[in-house]
Design a protein around this ligand. Sequence first.
Ligand code: ZN
Length: 577
Amino acid sequence: MKLRSFSLFFLCVLCASVVNAFSLDREAFTFTSYDLNVRVESKQQRLGIRGKITLRNDSVTPQKIAVLQISSSLDWRSIKAGDQPLPFVAQPYTSDIDHTGALSEAIVTLPEAVAPKGSVELEIAYEGVIVLDATRLTRLGTPEDVAHASDWDQINTTFTAIRGAGNVAWYPIATDAVDLSEANSLFDVLGRLKARESASKMHFHIEETGEGEPPQIFISGAMCMVTMFEQMGLQHSVTTDCEPMPLGPIVPVLVIASYAVMERPDITVRYLHGHDAAATAYADAAEQAAPFVMEWFGALRKKAQTTDLADPNASPIENGALLLTPLASVDPKLAGLMATHQLAHAAFSSPRPWINEGLPHFAQALYVEQQKGRQAALDYMGLHRSAFSAADKEKQTAPRSEDEVDRSLINTYDEALYRSKAMCVWWMLREMVGDDALKKAIKSYRLEQDNGASYMPRLIQAQTQKDLEWFFDDWVYRDRGLPDFKVESAFPRKTMTDEYLVTVTVANLGRAGAEVPVTVKFAGGEITKRLEVRGNSKGVIRVEISKPPKEIVVNDGSVPESDTTNNTLKIEGDAAK
Ligand SMILES: [Zn+2]
């Protein structure tokens, strides 16, 4: 049975006889295992998949209906349990989780209701084409070239690359609709999906047929071995078996292309014909950055993997230590910076996004500092800061306690927060506890011992005498927005030894506290000291200088702040008494 609810009539039948589509609990089931046979016909841009999936009911009520979603460019052929074909209704479902902006949704009636925590195994078959399609972006008004640079996934004769959930639903998923016109819709839905599938497994068996040179086939995150290869004239057929891979933070990316491979001690670079120089430059940059990364984050657990993309405009994507990027477009001056992020992933991994992504971004800021000095690193973080400070400003007007919890670094699915804001938090921690202590804390992290949100904060606390609890509370466990420092007053006093003792009061008008640098400038020099100022309170610091003070500046850019217009206080004339 296969219906398409194009008409009102079918929609009504659907409501009456099968299920009320609008009250479906699409996220009731977690896909705990995928075992899929993938057939790719490159010339026709076709994909056909048969295989088994296991669904576990993670809701609190028994479920008689399961929802399976694939890209709208694919069609369901059959869904079975045991050997029994199951009745299902296939309908289009608008969702920007797929590049086409819609899904082919199968609403499946199970043989019997699955109890909470119970599982059901289904045998599925579907097929269709995967062509370049950026509908979800162009319908929002994104210019076509920009949209295609972002949504570049397709099957093609010479080069195939298809990302998974979030870009192309080429394996079945089940999520609520994503609407890209809503700010965090994709992050939220994808975040929930990744969290639900954090212990799931995938196993692929892939066969590709096409013309010309036989390609390499691989899935990001999995080792794949060629098991069969045939060439008949122009035609080739390659069969590959991939080792089972964990899902969760890793989203599988299917890549089929003729690559040359460059192996270095810390990185493998797969590059396309003609990109030899770019590949060498990238590998060199990575090898140069590797010792620095290892000094901070420990020895690499695995080699970093960089894979070339054919479209020079394609936006890069990362998948743990794997980076897919058009090598020919990598600016050699930025190769070290890119490789640093990738190598940090190769050295360090955590299921918690603010640690897993925050640290590689922090590594990049450290790298910039090492190459070009502290100010360059602060400028680099400043570029990131705009990503989250606008959103924070909005929230500050009417802080709600749910937002404090939902937007906290330990809970958020918002990339701006767990990447950019987390990077700034790591930087602040580093300045509070010092390089050596933070390196020790990071190196003492054990993935298998990370049993709670406070695990990493406790490792850092263990390395310092300073009380950090308030800091973690304001920045990690909760989202208290950003601080807003103001130099409230500065009173200079001449000492008996003809020096000047300046008493500076800094107010923090924001709700998040921080330790912030305070600089006292005078003719021919300046002195900087660090001052802890908690949220909605004041801090006082005394600085001794040799000449009368001219200007007090709070915050050098190392602490993200909501308003920096009140950070300077000029001291007119000789105010010292
Ligand atoms: Zn990353």
